[in-house]
Design a protein around this ligand. Structure first.
Ligand code: DWN
Ligand code: ZN
Length: 422
């Protein structure tokens, strides 16, 4: 078993321990799961870096007993997490289709016209903005990752390389005017200062505009035991109950919400500056959250128990297969996958390698457990007995793509909400 804290790990100055709730300032924060010292989940290593000292960060998650916001107990500086970012949604057919539908939904709900300004916060490589551009909207991206902002600008998706803040929002409004649509997909939960973020949106959004946020939904995380989506990039694990409180503090109104399947179960919320009546769907989700006990500590202690059972069952299965000399590999060198590998201490002694479609990751090694990553084609070349799908949010897409592997007897292992062979 690999030593969880490599001999060279040392206190990290970029980490701040939470003193009070990031939404309501409450101090009754219950830590219910500790995933142990974990390397930055997208910190893939080249071969020559394997013997360098590797930084490990605490990964404890707590919930605020006053407002229900689930959040990391330590904040790692965004500089560490986002300056060179490797998550690129355009590499997935699922996400391309998803963003196209989001752009159509947003334009329809706001009656946006040609030339209206659309700002995408955390715009990544511009995948979503490209669809707005096709609808002749004026577009602007904001993303702190230098590599992604460069890529987007080269493809003529104007992108400001910076973190979104209230000050930046005011500068954008001065230069470009009000935004009719502001989108934030898989970035709101990453924001270190939610209050400043919301104030920035308020400063930039037009009175008849919509702020549309998408994030993994806490109810899905709890129901499907998605513990591996808990990592340093995701500071908050959001439900509508605390989100509504946060928005109301800033005179913004949650008017509608709908659950969506991406990333293991997310939610899309529609926020306005005008206090319109909220939808029946939104009200029923608030009731569901109450029923699921998102404000009760027992809910989180039960979740913790289920996580422990999954870790036990997964390690048990992998070891039993290894003891029968079965060859096992991983599929999808994802951030969530790296959380699982580090939390369950799964290394190259268990998985020979991991295959992944992203060229940037191929040839590199996973952070912490140092499993090598190869192109997907290696799966058919090698035909290992079992493949553990680490990017389970794309399991259907991956299994369909690898029909040939299954025909030749290859089997997939899935782990959430329970460990199973398919
Ligand atoms: O919030 C975030 C979520 C939205 O996505 C980001 N913090 C980072 C990211 O998390 P992730 O790294 O877990 O991302 P993915 O997109 O779930 O990772 C999928 C991985 O699987 C990628 O490395 C690409 C790979 N993949 C593959 O090898 N073959 C994906 C597909 C669809 C495939 O067919
Ligand atoms: Zn709170």
């Amino acid at each position: 078993m690999k030593n969880s804290l490599s001999k060279n790990s040392h206190r990290i100055k970029e980490v701040n321990k939470l003193k009070d709730c990031r939404v309501c300032g409450g101090t009754s924060l219950l830590t219910f799961l500790q995933l142990g010292p974990t390397p930055a989940p997208n910190g893939f290593l080249d071969k020559m870096q394997l013997n360098n000292s590797e930084k490990f960060y605490p990964l404890d998650v707590c919930f605020c007993e006053s407002c229900g916001m689930v959040q990391l107990a330590h904040v790692v500086s965004p500089k560490v997490m986002f300056s060179n970012y490797v998550y690129i949604p355009s590499t997935s057919v699922t996400m391309q289709g998803h963003f196209n539908k989001l752009s159509i939904d947003a334009i329809k709900r706001t009656n946006a016209e040609r030339g209206n300004l659309v700002v995408d916060i955390g715009s990544n490589d511009g995948t979503l903005l490209k669809f707005f551009k096709e609808s002749e909207m004026q577009i602007l991206g904001v993303d702190p990752a230098v590599n992604l902002a460069d890529k987007a600008n080269k493809e003529e998706i104007e992108t400001i390389c910076d973190l979104f803040t209230r000050d930046l929002a005011k500068r954008i409004r001065k230069e470009k005017g009000e935004a009719k649509i502001i989108t934030a997909t898989n970035v709101f939960a990453h924001a270190p200062d939610l209050h400043d973020f919301v104030e920035g949106v308020k400063a930039l959004l037009s009175d008849d505009g919509l702020f549309i946020i998408e994030f993994p939904y806490l109810i899905d995380l709890l129901e499907k035991v998605e513990f591996d989506t808990i990592y340093q990039e995701h500071l908050s694990y959001i439900a509508l109950t605390p989100l509504n409180k946060l928005l109301e503090k800033h005179g913004m109104y949650l008017i509608d919400a709908k659950r969506i399947p991406v990333h293991g179960g997310s939610i899309r919320v529609y926020v306005s500056k005008v206090n319109k009546a909220s939808s029946q769907k939104f009200k029923s989700l608030i009731k569901l959250e109450k029923k699921k006990g998102i404000l009760n500590r027992e809910t989180y202690l039960k979740f913790r128990k289920r996580v422990d059972n999954i870790r036990h069952d997964l390690v048990q299965l992998l070891w039993s297969l290894r003891l029968k000399d079965k060859k096992i590999v991983g599929y999808g060198a994802s951030a969530k996958g790296n959380v699982t590998l580090n939390y369950c201490r799964i290394g190259p002694e268990t998985l020979d390698y991991i295959v992944d479609s992203i060229s940037y990751k191929q040839g590199k090694f996973t952070p912490g457990m140092h499993i090598q990553i190869h192109p997907e084609k290696k799966l058919l070349e090698d035909q290992p007995d079992y493949t553990l799908i680490l990017a389970w949010n794309f399991a259907d897409e991956i299994i369909n793509k690898q029909e040939e592997y299954r025909k030749k007897g290859g089997k997939f292992i899935l782990m959430l909400p329970e460990v199973r062979i398919v």
